[in-house]
Write a protein that binds this ligand. Structure first.
Ligand SMILES: Cc1cc2nc3c(=O)[nH]c(=O)nc-3n(C[C@H](O)[C@H](O)[C@H](O)COP(=O)(O)OP(=O)(O)OC[C@H]3O[C@@H](n4cnc5c(N)ncnc54)[C@H](O)[C@@H]3O)c2cc1C
Length: 619
């Protein structure tokens, strides 16, 4: 592997950032160091102790942790390249959408719902590069609640108790916000010696953010100093989120885990390596993988295990292509079934996202000169608007009753200043709906509260279109397939929209605009029926798909066991977001990294004996 050239730019920047990018590209060598090409060679039929398939949020963790053992020869195969410059600079991440760094998946059209979306389908951004989706995500660092992991445990997964899970969150973390560390509770919550820097943004719209948090507080969603350090209480909690940022630069798992391991002689990292199937023999033992590296097919062999970390879409696809999945479905695609596992690709869950636009009279518009000044600020000390993503770090979690032990809903918050470009951030909607959404932006600022349902009842599925590994699988997200998700959304939106009666929102003349959706125009504005219709047609994704290789004790409905081993197959584990039996109460990157940490220790434990510093940390 050579690692001494500089990062490149995706060249896919939108007009808004084009001049900034050119400037940055010209000065890229003063940006954070980066290895540029992973041109390790792998020979046909070469043998490794472990092959990790997919270098994303979880796969990067696993590749690092396994290669800590000098005697193990580890191979990481990643379909995409090294991340470009735009992945490092938080604000530019959206420019990677629909480039070679994104798988650009899209869900199957929903026949009678989601009519406000183009083709009634939802684009699913997924990172295709080292760091995977952690190189393209919004960087919010949210662990989820103890309730989530207790429900994984109660599902028959004894290693995943809240206590064990918290141990692995801490193992990953390295809290860097010095101010926060002076609070004992916050200090004790986080880990301080892990590879993953958890911090606060260098820059936020502090005044607005505090006003918005105070407004949540006013409607009963209590403002707290740190979201991860409190137990969910009352009607809800809100605060500034921690983020995966290291002094203004994205902290992907590529940066946190892979770059630190890249010089180990026992780790080979191969990019542009697209795995077409796992080789499984008749005794149901995984013995290697078939991979396409820059157009050349190779077989690579494994002594101990293949670790599948392809993410919630590709993991079930690869399992099915390898003969592991629902027998009837595999046979219908002319794939011999080696292990009949009906759960592969099922149990797909995603957090719903429904934009709640609120127009306000707020502050002056940003002009292009301000933005160019911010470019200079970023180059100087990694502050300015390039240092944070378009979603702010103000987040809120809430429930309908104060008896709840966990949040049912989440709200993200984004500010679009008057006369700025909004279109690119919400371009999933049809032109008419989008025009209606942004129609006041020329003279008002838009406060967009992204409303999320955290524990949807609907379940979707992923299945093969064909047996050709290069054909995308079909994503049937089944949003709102369960009527309860519509009712829950309406209830949650009615709680959230009370915010416009808070003193701050009143002081800035806040109002919710009616969105022109033909199917909803018959309903009285802001009535239950209007919101119901709005939910049915405006629901999109929070980009948190999980569950398609569910962890659980029974091969009838789950894919991996408590130790993440694929049921009925030897030498094969899944370690990524697809193993989550249920969605967590928040963004899914932190829990996926935690899964990477615990999964790695499970492997070490199996082959090396107890590897943990605390006895019996998992059963
Ligand atoms: C736009 C967006 C914003 C988000 N924002 C946040 C946020 O702010 N906070 C948060 O917590 N979560 C966020 N998420 C979600 C979070 O990032 C994901 O849940 C998490 O990254 C999933 O990790 P993973 O390891 O399961 O998959 P990934 O990180 O997607 O990794 C899978 C890897 O496998 C590779 N791969 C797949 N198939 C193959 C193959 N056949 N051969 C070789 N390699 C292959 C892929 O290229 C990829 O690198 C966001 C997601 C998106 C899309």
């Amino acid at each position: 592997m050579s690692g001494d050239t500089c990062v490149t730019s995706a060249g896919g920047a939108t007009q808004l950032f084009a001049s900034a990018l050119n400037f940055l590209a010209a000065t890229q060598c003063i940006l954070p160091d980066s290895a540029c090409s992973y041109n390790d060679e792998v020979a046909n039929w070469e043998t490794f102790d472990f092959i990790v398939l997919g270098g994303g949020s979880a796969g990067s963790v696993v590749a690092n942790r396994l290669s800590e053992v000098c005697d193990w020869k580890v191979l990481l195969l990643e379909a995409g390249p090294e991340p470009p410059l735009e992945a490092d600079i938080p604000r530019l991440y959206r420019t990677l959408s629909k480039t070679k760094y994104d798988w650009h998946y899209i869900t199957k059209s929903n026949e009678d719902k989601q009519q406000a979306l183009k083709n009634s389908a939802v684009p699913w951004l997924r990172g295709k590069m080292l760091g995977g989706t952690s190189s393209i995500n919004a960087m919010l660092y949210v662990r989820g609640s103890d309730y989530d992991f207790q429900s994984w445990f109660d599902e028959g997964n004894p290693s995943w108790s809240p206590e064990n899970v918290n141990y692995y969150f801490k193992k990953a973390e390295n809290l860097q916000d010095i101010k926060l560390s002076t609070d004992d509770i916050i200090y004790d919550t986080y880990g301080h010696e892990g590879p993953l820097v958890v911090n606060s943004y260098n820059t936020t719209n502090e005044e607005v953010i505090q006003n918005v948090l105070d407004s949540y507080d006013y409607i009963g969603i209590k403002k707290v100093p740190d979201i991860n350090a409190v137990k969910f209480q009352g009607h809800g909690v809100c605060g500034k989120s921690r983020v995966t940022a290291r002094n203004g630069v994205r902290e992907s798992t590529y940066r946190a885990y892979l770059k630190k391991a890249q010089n180990r002689s026992n780790l080979k990292i191969i990019t542009n390596a697209f795995v077409t199937k796992i080789l499984v023999n008749e005794e149901a033992k995984a013995y290697g993988v078939e991979v396409d590296i820059n157009g050349r097919r190779k077989n690579v062999l494994v002594k101990l295990e293949v670790i599948l970390s392809g993410g919630a879409i590709n993991t079930p696809q690869i399992l099915m292509l390898s003969g592991i999945g629902p027998k009837d479905h595999l046979l219908s695609k002319n794939i011999p079934c080696i292990v009949d596992l009906p759960g592969v690709g099922k149990n797909l869950q995603d957090h719903l996202s429904i934009p709640i636009p609120i127009y306000v009279d707020e502050s002056e518009a940003e002009d292009i000169a301000d933005q160019m000044f911010d470019v200079a600020k970023y180059l100087y000390n990694k502050t300015g608007y390039l240092a944070h993503v378009f979603l702010s770090d103000a987040i809120a979690f809430f429930s309908r009753s104060n008896e709840m032990k966990y949040p049912e809903f989440q709200s993200h918050f984004a500010i679009y200043r008057k006369n700025t470009t909004v279109r690119q951030f919400i371009d999933v909607y049809t032109d008419d709906v989008l025009n209606s959404l942004i129609r006041h932006i020329s003279h008002k600022s838009l406060f967009s509260h992204n409303f999320n349902v955290l524990h949807p009842h609907s379940r979707g599925k992923i299945y093969l279109n064909t047996s050709n590994p290069y054909d995308y699988p079909i994503i049937d997200a089944n949003y709102l397939g369960d009527e309860r998700d519509i009712e829950d959304s309406v209830d949650g939106i009615k709680i959230l929209t009370k915010i416009i009666d808070s003193p701050y929102y009143k002081s800035i003349n806040a109002f919710i605009p009616r969105i022109e959706i033909p199917q909803c125009n018959q309903y009285e504005f802001l009535s239950d029926l209007y919101w119901r219709c709005y939910v049915i047609h405006m629901t999109s994704t929070m980009s948190h798909p999980v569950g398609t290789a569910k962890m659980g004790p029974s091969s009838a409905d789950s894919v991996v066991d408590n130790l993440l081993k694929v049921h009925g197959v030897r030498g094969l584990r899944v370690i990524d977001a697809s193993v989550m039996p249920f969605e967590t109460s928040g963004n899914t990157n932190a829990p996926t990294i935690m899964i990477g940490e615990m999964g790695s220790d499970m492997i070490k434990d199996e082959y090396l004996g107890k590897s943990l510093s605390e006895d019996d940390i998992y059963n």
